[in-house]
Design a protein around this ligand. Sequence first.
Ligand code: SF4
Ligand code: SF4
Length: 203
Amino acid sequence: MERTYYPESESSHPWLGPLLDTQNLMDNAVSASMAPHRDKVPCGRGCAACCKGGIVPINNVEARGIRWFVTEQLRGEIRDRVISQLKGFEPGQGVCPFLVDTECGIYAVRPIGCRTFHIIGKKCGKNDNISAIDDKKIYRIPNEKLRDAAQPMLSVFETFDREDQSRQVYSGYLRAARPMRDLDWASYILYATKTPDLWVFGE
Ligand code: SF4
Ligand code: SF4
């Protein structure tokens, strides 16, 4: 998979290039790791039970990427739908505010948690509770591949120590990520009452 470049945005937002690098490396790592098992993985477009639990972890840089994408890149009906959903979003709500019908409205910048989450076996039912899913059903790519792909993004946080990187990857919470549902998305994206450098969970 080729990475998409946004020269103007990347020069005005220095964290954006490293984030997009990591997202691209992550996609390629997932795709290479999953290739031999693809017939056992039912995940694909139009299937979104995993977007309704709100448990996807997200960190500050990923949140900035989403805000950039919604405010500077999204166009047309998808933008209108996302904006309208953001207006109605309350922190704690499970359904992701970027889910448009059964598709991700911010697919290009969806968090690492969304990129790397896949299951093995039977496809989820549309009302399945994703947080109750059996751990054995979750497909995991090797941690060292995740860590290598995460390096450009971790450089934004000045996290260069390999052991620290590994610890964060093993715990699943890169740079103090927290569940998507905890963010005050409307304040962060629509009303700009939270600056990018303040953490966006209302602290
Ligand atoms: S985790 Fe479940 S709901 Fe999500 S894409 Fe895979 S099969 Fe579909
Ligand atoms: S960001 Fe996209 S893929 Fe991730 S939970 Fe939301 S709608 Fe689903």
